[in-house]
Ligand binder design. Structure first.
Ligand code: SF4
Length: 504
């Protein structure tokens, strides 16, 4: 329970090791009721089970579920589906059979990357790779015909924006490939570094900050020309791109992930992507990537090339990308990418001020209603998201036992949250800690507009300076305090919006 990506990813916690099939529906009902009762109601950004599980802890959450389950009135429908569920079986359209031969290079390559043996003898699963997840209506009709011919009426979509056909008889693979080729649906490279996942981004999502699809298309084009992806370890990496921190492109669980943000350079907005490395898409998203800094969008292809070529030459034995990233650590990776961070002046290279797949000068002025989160977003929310990113990093550092870094990131998170708040009244307040804390104290703490239990930690930490040797307890408390202050600022923003009638 409680897993989720989004701005602050949470790993799912084990609620029960095992439950009988007949308990699936009542337990789910109990979970729904507990969440309905205790889940966040005012701040839609936090109306997720992951926040409730995180707040209560999984043990207390489980106790609430058990208590709720015990008082649920019995419903026959909880188990009525079981006989038919147990009797259900896949029905292949065609008999399984030995594979038919086709030595053509196109078939061989597609067979290598897009076809997987099934457990059932004589059958394979075939991935229809859809670059950027796109498929036309004409292709969809052809695909329906093809699916009907080879596998019946069952196709599946995947989280990697492809379509999967199961129970393809091995004898049919060459014929299926020919039919997919005629429909322009026989792209090889499924599950490889070329198979990039990208959310809609600024193409159509009003929450988008940078062009995720534009970047993904550019990466595909460049990699198609590059020789470095021939290395098997590189070919197997996954790239995922989100247009903003909301993580619809699942950047947290990619070997190489990116999410859009922007930076001001000489008064101009410049599209950037935050680089997130070493996430695990296997093992049910077994771990999240590490944010290593924002890079101008136009240099992201160089980031991919730098990382992959260095990984190819540097890894020891069969070291995984995740282990390699962990071995190098943030500092060395930062040094590796440092040359890619600077943005040339506008008059020297205006291309940096234009996003991928866009002819216009970049601007974030029209951020608004999103495709996915579906809400209006303000600059305060954007800034709070950065603060949340810092608070997240503080927690990561805490987990890693790096207490000084955790303390510093938690302090930065609180400063960012305070700055976002002060900016609602003084838009160009300098980003100097003394000024931020002074203004925050005078405008919000001393006036009680933000309650003292949320303001004290920042003011105390700023006054006392960095501790010489933070303890695990003090670092943990500061990391928690950072999140509480961020939440308090979110709440303040919502209250203010209610008072002014603004929509959030
Ligand atoms: S809200 Fe989702 S779809 Fe929209 S840009 Fe952000 S990550 Fe992409």
């Amino acid at each position: 329970m409680g897993g989720g990506l989004g701005t602050t990813p949470h790993q799912a916690k084990l609620l029960y090791e095992w439950i009988p099939a007949g308990e699936l529906l009542p337990i789910t009902q109990a979970i729904g009721r507990v969440f309905g009762r205790l889940g966040e109601k005012k701040n839609r950004n936090r109306a997720r089970i992951k926040f409730l599980v995180s707040k209560l802890g999984v043990d207390e959450f489980r106790q609430l579920i058990d208590d709720e389950r015990a008082i649920l009135p019995h419903d026959d429908r909880w188990t009525a589906f079981l006989p038919s569920a147990e009797a259900w079986e896949d029905e292949p359209a065609r008999p399984g059979a030995p594979e038919a031969a086709d030595d053509s290079p196109a078939f061989t390559e597609w067979r290598r990357t897009n076809v997987y043996a099934q457990r059932q003898d004589g059958y394979s699963t075939v991935t229809v790779a859809l670059p950027l997840g796109d498929v036309t209506s004409a292709q969809t009709r052809l695909l329906a015909d093809i699916a009907r011919r080879y596998v019946g009426d069952n196709v599946r979509t995947t989280v990697e924006q492809n379509i999967v056909l199961r129970y393809v008889s091995n004898a049919d693979l060459p014929a299926l490939h020919r039919d997919l080729t005629a429909a322009k649906l026989a792209e090889p490279g499924a599950g490889t570094i070329m198979d990039i996942t990208a959310c809609p981004g600024t193409d159509t999502c009003k929450l988008g900050i940078a062009s995720s699809r534009g970047l993904a298309a550019e990466l595909r084009t460049r990699m198609a020309r590059a020789s470095f992806i021939a290395d098997a370890a590189i070919e197997g990496l996954r790239i995922k791109v989100s247009g903003c921190f909301n993580s619809c492109g699942q950047h947290h669980v990619a070997d190489i992930g990116f999410f859009g943000n922007n930076r001001k350079v000489d008064g101009y907005s410049v599209p950037h992507f935050q680089v997130v490395l070493g996430g695990r898409w296997r093992e049910n998203a077994g771990s999240y990537g590490m944010a290593v800094g924002a890079i101008p969008s136009k240099r992201i292809p160089d980031v991919v090339e730098t990382l992959t070529t260095r990984f190819a030459s540097d890894r020891s034995g069969d070291e995984s990308f995740q282990d390699w990233i962990a071995r190098l650590g943030k500092k060395e990776i930062g040094a590796m990418l440092a040359d890619l961070k600077p943005v040339p002046a506008h008059d020297l290279d205006p291309s940096f001020y234009v996003d991928w797949s866009d002819a216009r000068e970049y601007s974030v002025g029209d951020i608004g209603v999103g495709e996915c989160a579906g809400e209006v977003i303000t600059s305060t929310v954007l800034e709070l998201t950065e603060a949340e990113g810092e608070a997240f990093e503080a927690q990561v550092a805490l987990d890693e036992g790096d207490l000084a870094r955790s303390d510093e990131r938690a302090y930065d998170a609180m400063l960012k949250a305070a700055w976002a708040l002060v900016r609602t009244e003084w838009s160009d307040v300098p980003q100097h800690p003394d000024v931020i804390v002074r203004e925050f104290q005078e405008r919000f703490a001393a006036t009680g507009r933000i309650k003292p239990q949320f303001t004290r930690a920042l003011i105390d930490r700023h006054t006392a300076g960095a501790p010489e040797a933070p303890t695990p307890e003090s670092a943990r408390i500061l990391a928690d305090e950072a999140q509480l202050l961020i939440d308090a600022v979110h709440q303040f923003e919502i209250r203010e919006a209610g008072a002014t009638g603004a929509v959030h």
